[in-house]
Design a protein around this ligand. Structure first.
Ligand code: FNR
Length: 189
């Protein structure tokens, strides 16, 4: 598949730490997605300031870059941990910056999907539910199924996202097939 015929997906990883299992998951998904015509590109988030309305007087370069990258992408994939039964501040910060100024929000009509992993038993189910409830009013079209709640130990994915567990590989594959088919069906507003 050539670069031009690929569907570009901006990936928002909700953890800034180096050893993040969600980043490994994002890497795994990127490798599996390539042959399906999806190009997954992780966005840089660690240089974004905390949302501050005053900063719009002279918008930080990192914020302008973030908004442009989301605008340029065909779709967005959130890959996020759960913090204290909700989404990490990193994710909320991205959602907030990209939603302003209101007339220039990047979100209306954007297509998106959510996955997440934690070592805990519920695999980010509560965080994903919160994220759904804040994305929907922004006008984002969300893939409803399959839901991907992964209970993962750090060694279940290699550093570059290598997947050795066959069941996990199949599950990720199924998700990506559904995401790719949905993106074909649901065109941007
Ligand atoms: C957590 N963790 C966590 N896990 C979970 O399943 N439900 C939760 O509510 C929380 N809460 C929580 C709060 C805070 C502040 C931290 C730092 C962690 C554990 C979390 O899932 C674990 O640290 C993951 O490894 C984080 O994801 P990354 O960084 O590995 O991608």
């Amino acid at each position: 598949m050539t670069g031009e015929s690929m569907t570009k997906v901006a990936v928002i990883v909700g953890s800034l730490r180096r050893e993040s299992i969600n980043r490994r998951l994002a890497h795994a998904l990127a490798s599996l997605a390539q042959p399906k015509g999806l190009e997954l590109v992780e966005l840089r988030l660690d240089d974004l300031p905390l949302y501050n309305e005053d900063l719009w007087q002279s918008p930080p370069a990192s914020v302008q870059r973030l908004k442009q990258e989301i605008k340029d992408a065909d779709a967005v994939l959130f890959v996020t941990p759960e913090y204290n039964r909700s989404i990490p501040a990193v994710v909320k910060n991205v959602v907030d910056w990209a939603s302003r100024p209101m007339v220039d929000s990047v979100w209306p009509g954007k297509r998106a999907s959510i996955v997440g992993a934690s070592p805990g038993a519920i695999g980010t189910a509560v965080a994903q539910s919160h994220l759904r409830s804040i994305l929907t009013p922004l006008g984002i079209a969300l893939l409803s199924r399959p839901e991907v709640y992964l209970s993962l130990k750090p060694d279940q994915l290699g550093e570059q996202g290598e997947v050795t567990d066959e069941r996990l590989a199949k599950l990720l594959d199924r998700f990506l097939d559904a995401f790719a088919a949905w993106l074909e069906r649901v065109k941007p507003a």
